[in-house]
Each structure stands twice: as C-alpha cells, then as structure tokens.
Design a protein around this ligand. Structure first.
Ligand code: LLP
Length: 406
C-alpha cells in the first residue's frame, strides 16, 4: 500500500508516483511469455523516459525502443546495451541518423524509401555499415483510438508490403546497408488479438519471401501496443499475445523484439493532485467543478484523447454528486474527468488519478508557465525522488534578454 498522504506532505503536489515493483512484474511477465524463443523486450522509452526508470528496466535486461536520438542517448545513459536499442520514427533528421550509426545501436528502423536513401548516403559518408530494419504498414485496423492507430495506409507510419520488399532487396545489394530486421506496430492500447494475428502473419510471409531471395532477417520486431486496464477493458494476457505471434513464425529462426511501453509502466503510475476549491456555476448542480492543482499540462491524455483515468477522492465519502475535475489552466479543455460522481471535497483534500505511468509525465509541458512536477519511485515500500519539481528559474533559464543589449 502506498501512503499517498505521506507522499503529498513530503513532496507536495502535483506529483507523479511510480510503483517500480509493478514495473518489474510487468516486464517479467512479458519476458516469460516469449521464453520459447530468443527475445528482446525493448521498452518504449516514449511512454516514460525517466532515467531511473529506464535504468531499473535495463538492470532487468530490457532493451529500448526509441523515437529520437535523445531517447537513444537516454537509454544508453541509463545502461541499456547498444545492441538492444532500436531507433524508429517517420522523420529522422540527418544528424540523428548519423549519431545512431556512430553509436552502433542494434538497428535503425526505416520508414520510407526516401529515408533508406538518406541512411545509405550517410553511412557512405561515415564509411560505416548501417544495420536497418524496415517498418511495414500491413494496412490493418487495430480497432483502437484513431490518434493511436498506426497500421492503416491512411496513417503516416511504415511502408506497404511491396515497397518493403523492394527496400529490402535494395538494402541487401547495398555496400553500406545491412537489413537485419522487419518491424510492424499497428497501434497502441490494443485489446483485440485478431488484428495482431493478421499483421504478424502478413509480415511473417514477407520474411519467408525474403528468405527465398537469400535475405536473412534475424529480428522480427512486433512493435508494442498491448493494452492495459484503465477501466473494465478486456485486456490481452501476455501469454496469449506471445502464442499468437509465435504461431505465425513456424519454420522461421528469428529473434522476437517486442516494444511495450504502456504495458510496462501504465498501471504503475499515479498522479496525485490536491483540491483547491469547489464551485457550482449557475442553477444547475451538474455544473459542479472540483478545481485541483494539477492540470492538462501535467497529464494531457483526458484533454487530448478524452481518455478515461480512474479518479479517487481520498478519505471522503459523504455527499456524493456529479462533478467535473478541472485544473487551473485557462482552457475549457483543461479537465481530468467530466460527469463523474465524487463525494464533497474540502480545500487540500487529495485526488488520486490512476494508471498514469505511461504518456503522463512524458507528454507534460510548461504551458501557463507551470513548472513540471516531481516524480517519485516506490521500491519495496521506500520512496525515492527521481525528478525534482521545476522552479521558476528552470522555466526562464534558456531565455535570452536581448533588450538589455540594445
Ligand atoms: N513501438 C512503436 C513503434 C510505437 O510507435 C509505440 C507507441 C510503441 C512501440 C509503444 O506503444 P505502447 O506499448 O506504449 O502502446 N500518447 C498515446 C500513445 C502513443 C503511442 C505512440 N507509439 C497515449 O497516451 O495513449
């Protein structure tokens, strides 16, 4: 049991709190699910990129899936082995490709023919081999929120299967490129197995085709995306997920790479915020607003995706009624929940927002000149500060006062 009241007193609010024991448990479950094969569980750093958290996973043997060169550097700094790091993304800049080649990571996941050209040109200039994988867009509806659905041709990600084949042949014939992997990621917060099975079958067939052409693909990267329970969703047990994937790989000697983000950290996280005020606007009691000290800049998912997060008012039970939980930001979109039932609250009461370990802090900003909040790790019941709360000085540190020089 985490003592949220104690943590609020010790570190103040708003606050992100992560249960590292839960993280370990999730990682181990995923690793075990694939034990029938060689596998790398490459944690998707974008979900939560705190160095201590990545380091903790690296010690458990995790790799890293990165979408910018700075994520690659975070992973390396946290102790992830270079040969367990993948660099994906539709828009890598030249300098990022260059550094990725220099840093000798496992592979650059290429997402277009134009990008393959750039990688080849850059590796030629550096006179250094670039190991690559190609991201296939299998044109499959992942049946998740449109903003986090990535496997259809209408989305910007990857290339269609025929283009991928052409790219593999080109890379195979290049002096500088070494194609070693194939990749797909059809979306995030996936709760259905069928689209995963379809995508994996299509991509496995591609690997068989390539084998016939003597192009030996060693890494079968299934992306991330396995969903978690925010509410009462039916989720996919890791063992079923692994079995479905493995069923498509008969006769193929490949290492599985899996890139879970949300599954590893999502349910480990809590966002703790404090009630400032309550008010009712106008006659309609449904216009009850509970105003808290956290805001959309700290946790954007409700505003951006209308995402549901379970919300609890700690230590109160009386006078329940419908309300909206809102923050201090000057936007009507600044809310954590609408129309939920909560007891009456008082100034300084604590509100706990669940399942905020993934895409919480990493999507936070300084909008309204709000400092980013502190982050706490809980390991075996002990609390550790893993990121300091920002101060006013941090917000203005990089600004340049040119007017003084006129
Ligand atoms: N691999 C690739 C190539 C990805 O694009 C992603 C997520 C992952 C792995 C990890 O997916 P996960 O296992 O965490 O579902 N901000 C959104 C989620 C965006 C996901 C982007 N890509 C949210 O808050 O729901």
């Amino acid at each position: 049991m985490i003592d949220f009241k104690y943590l609020a007193k010790k570190y103040s609010t708003p606050l992100y709190i992560y249960d590292f024991n839960h993280i370990k448990n999730q990682f181990t479950q995923m690793k075990d699910a694939f034990k029938a094969r060689k596998s790398i569980i490459s944690y998707a750093v974008k979900a939560n990129s705190n160095l201590s958290l990545i380091k903790y996973l690296a010690k458990l043997g995790a790799g890293a899936d990165c979408v910018s060169i700075n994520e690659v550097k975070r992973a390396l700094k946290a102790g992830v082995k270079n040969y367990n790091i993948i660099f994906s993304g539709v828009g890598k800049s030249d300098f990022e490709i260059e550094e990725a080649i220099e840093l000798n990571i496992l592979m650059i996941n290429v997402e277009s023919e134009a990008e393959l050209d750039r990688v080849e040109t850059i590796s030629k200039i550096l006179d250094k081999e670039a190991r690559i994988s190609i991201r296939v867009n299998p044109n499959i509806d992942a049946k998740t929120h449109p903003y986090i659905s990535t496997g259809l041709h209408s989305s910007k990600f990857g290339v269609e299967i025929d283009v991928a084949k052409r790219m593999f042949i080109r890379a195979h014939n290049s002096q500088y490129l070494t194609p070693i992997g194939v990749h797909f990621h059809i979306g995030s917060q996936l709760t259905e197995l069928e689209p995963i099975l379809e995508a994996s079958s299509i991509v496995a067939d591609l690997v068989r085709n390539l084998k016939a052409l003597k192009i030996d693909i060693k890494f079968f990267d299934i992306g991330g995306g396995i969903g978690i329970k925010y509410d009462d969703e039916k989720t996919i047990p890791p063992n079923n997920y692994a079995q479905i994937i493995l069923s498509t790989l008969k006769g193929l000697d490949v290492t599985i790479i899996c890139e879970p983000g949300r599954f590893i950290v999502g349910n480990s996280g809590y966002f703790l915020t404090k009630v400032l005020y309550e008010k009712v606007n106008g006659e309609n009691s449904e216009n009850r607003f509970v105003i808290v000290d956290g805001a959309m800049n700290d946790l954007l998912r409700p505003s951006l995706y209308n995402a549901y997060h379970k919300i609890e008012l700690l230590d109160r039970e009386e006078n329940e009624s419908k309300c909206n939980i809102v923050g201090p930001i000057c936007e009507s979109g600044d809310f954590f929940a609408k129309d939920i039932t909560l007891p009456e609250s008082k100034h300084n009461d604590l509100i706990l927002i669940h399942s905020t370990g993934a895409y919480g802090f990493t999507m936070s900003s300084n909008y309204n000149s709000r400092p980013r909040v502190a982050e706490i790790a809980i390991v075996d019941g002990e609390d550790y500060l893993i990121r300091k709360r920002e101060k006013f000085e941090d917000l203005i540190r990089d600004e340049i006062d040119f007017l003084d020089k006129l």
